[in-house]
Design a protein around this ligand. Structure first.
Ligand code: PEP
Ligand code: MG
Length: 597
């Protein structure tokens, strides 16, 4: 290529294709944060490797100490408080409770250092749990902070300095946890790009609900891009343009304007009823992760909350919230949204969502060999009944203030559900004893998101008041596709007829027992899949609030008979590709304004 100005050529424009995980277009400079992260699983050590493992652990401790000292030396002497905290952390790194205990566990249990450290920390936590003095109790957080640093060094994780970004940037990284994503609520974070993740990973879900444009699954992007590079991020198509040309930048600013205009046009639907042309009503509700999303829920005209993922409200605090705090949060949601129902799901941590302070008796969540199939969700609640009871008690008390529906995640068998019900009964007894009001007939439902729950749906329907289909997990578990894994993301097919048949089977089982079915997976907010879901007979769709107006427009342009025929038709297809091909001609025919050329 010839350059006539005599100036050196700029870097070559390049285009990368990833997964459009959260819509929006932004143009800005990159901030590249970290390289590959490695999760440490549990592994057993042959005797000859034990000394080496102890050395590895001691090296990480030395390194953590050196880092803390280095950090201390960068702080001005007048920051006396901060200096004394760092001094105490420096001392703690070598505390015998951490150091000697971990070495002892490596030697006696013959396990890797990360796992041994997690166990040592679990024991320390138990000791601190027995302390009444709140100040002393708080010291556990310091120990945990120090242990986390060592853990990070052992497992190859680098710290992510998300706070303190003081100019607008597009963050580029290997991986973000859902909690990291929550920390990006800043006007200086224009969007983010990462190498890992799938469209229904919790990182993607959080990005969408916070309205942060994001592209995931861009392998090697942290190698191709350096801090300061100009990029365009298109969260709709999943494209990222590195060193874009001036023409590309102009074109994308124009797309951004068109998108804004379209959103304004959709605002018209916010105050209209959620019904088909022939008057069939379907409740359109909102999914939220944090109580402060309530404004957005109301702004987009949701008819209630179909899913409050309560775990995020635990993660963003320093400590596990107590019953009063939870009660106040749940009561406020229920009263603000009255008369609409508010569905609150009990803790669904584990899988790709972990938090240090939900560390349970010796198990470091997220460090299991197979977290999606491990101690996740209701399994954790049943293992830690005291944690579960606090949440149930808060929920039941909130039920006295409006239409609350309590949702249990990841139920996979009748006996699991019955164990949950036993705990419910115990908490109700306790509330009665303490003369605290609650609604004894509060609606209790389960997420149908494990294939065994679909197969047993008729039996389970007899035991609960409603179902909520969690397609994000149902797809993951039935198609055996890790929802957060970029390498198999192309196989994650919501329109796979196996998934559609499971939805139909669940709806039929529920309706034959006279209970309602909501669907709160990401499919519920995707306008391509919405007519299919309506055709399969779901009673409620719950989605990120910003998706509501467009989904309502589709609903209002549909008629029940046509939807039923569509539902029956797609169930005859042989695979997801066939369903999509069919929809390519069907959607423009029945929804010309939305899908026509
Ligand atoms: C689901 O699995 O579809 C769901 C809504 O729950 P989560 O995405 O939080 O696992
Ligand atoms: Mg789920």
């Amino acid at each position: 290529m010839k350059h006539c100005s005599g100036q050196p050529a700029g870097p070559e424009p390049r285009t990368f294709y990833g997964i459009g995980a959260s819509g929006g277009i932004v143009v800005g400079r990159a901030l590249v944060l970290m390289r590959r992260t490695r999760r440490a699983g549990w592994y057993h050590l042959p005797p000859e490797q034990i000394d080496r493992e102890v050395d590895r652990f001691r090296t990480a401790v030395d390194q953590a100490e050196a880092e803390l000292k280095e950090f201390r030396s960068q702080l001005a002497e007048d920051l006396a408080d901060s200096l004394s905290i760092i001094d105490s952390h420096i001392l703690m790194v070598r505390d015998r409770m951490i150091l000697d205990r971990t070495v002892e566990i490596i030697r006696t249990k013959q396990i890797n250092a990360e796992w041994a450290l997690a166990r040592a920390l679990g024991r320390i936590k138990k000791k601190f749990d027995r302390i009444d003095d709140p100040y002393l109790k708080d010291r556990y957080n310091d120990i945990k902070y120090v242990a986390d640093r060592v853990f990070g060094l052992l497992s190859g994780r680098e710290m992510t300095p998300l706070s303190g970004i003081d100019e607008p940037v597009i963050i580029v990284a290997h991986e973000f946890s859902p909690e990291d994503t929550m920390g990006m609520r800043s006007e200086n974070v224009l969007g983010f790009v990462c190498e890992s993740g799938g469209v229904t990973s919790h990182t993607a879900i959080v990005a969408r609900s916070l309205g942060i444009p994001a592209v995931l699954g861009l392998e090697h992007i942290t190698r191709e891009c350096v801090t300061g590079d100009r990029i365009i991020l298109d969260g709709f198509s999943g494209r990222v343009y590195l060193h874009p040309t001036p023409d590309q930048q102009k074109q994308y600013l124009e797309y951004e304007r068109q998108h804004r205009d379209f959103s304004q046009e959709l605002a018209f639907y916010i105050h209209l009823g959620s019904e088909t042309l022939d008057g069939h009503r379907v409740r359109l509700a909102a999914n939220i992760e944090m109580p402060d999303e309530l404004d957005t829920v109301l702004r987009y005209g949701a008819e209630g909350i179909g899913l409050f993922r309560t775990e995020f409200d635990y993660f963003h605090r320093e400590q596990v919230p107590d019953e009063e705090m939870l009660y106040a949060t749940y009561r406020d949601l229920v009263t603000t949204l009255a008369p609409h129902p508010v569905t609150i799901r009990t803790l669904d941590t584990g899988g790709d969502k972990f938090s240090g302070h939900l560390c349970t008796s010796g198990v470091r969540l997220g460090q299991e060999r197979n977290p999606a199939l491990g101690l996740r969700s209701i399994r954790l609640s049943l293992r830690e009944p005291s944690l579960f009871k606090v949440q149930l008690s808060a929920l039941l008390r909130a039920s006295a203030h409006g239409r609350l529906r309590i949702l249990m995640p990841m139920i996979s068998s009748l006996c699991e559900l019955r164990r949950v019900k036993d705990i419910f009964a115990q908490v109700m007894e306790e509330l009665k004893r303490n003369r605290l009001p609650f609604n004894p007939r509060v609606e209790v439902g389960i997420m149908v998101e494990v294939p065994s729950a679909v197969i047993m749906a008729d039996t389970l329907a007899a035991e609960v008041d409603f179902f909520s289909i969690g397609t994000n997990d149902l797809i993951q578990y039935s198609l055996a596709i890790d929802r957060g894994n970029e390498y198999v993301a192309h196989m994650y097919e919501p329109l796979h007829p196996a998934v559609l048949r499971m939805i139909r089977q669940t709806v039929e089982a529920a309706h034959s027992r006279g209970i309602e079915v909501s669907l709160c997976g990401e499919m519920a907010g995707d306008v391509v899949t919405v007519p299919v879901l309506l055709g399969l007979g779901v009673d409620e769709l719950s989605m990120r609030p910003s998706a509501l107006p467009f989904v309502k427009r589709i609903l209002r342009h549909s008629c029940s008979k046509q939807l039923r025929e569509l539902g029956n038709r797609v169930l005859q297809c042989g695979d997801g590709g066939e369903v999509r091909n069919f929809l390519t001609s069907y959607l423009p025919k029945y929804y010309p304004e939305e899908f026509g050329q």
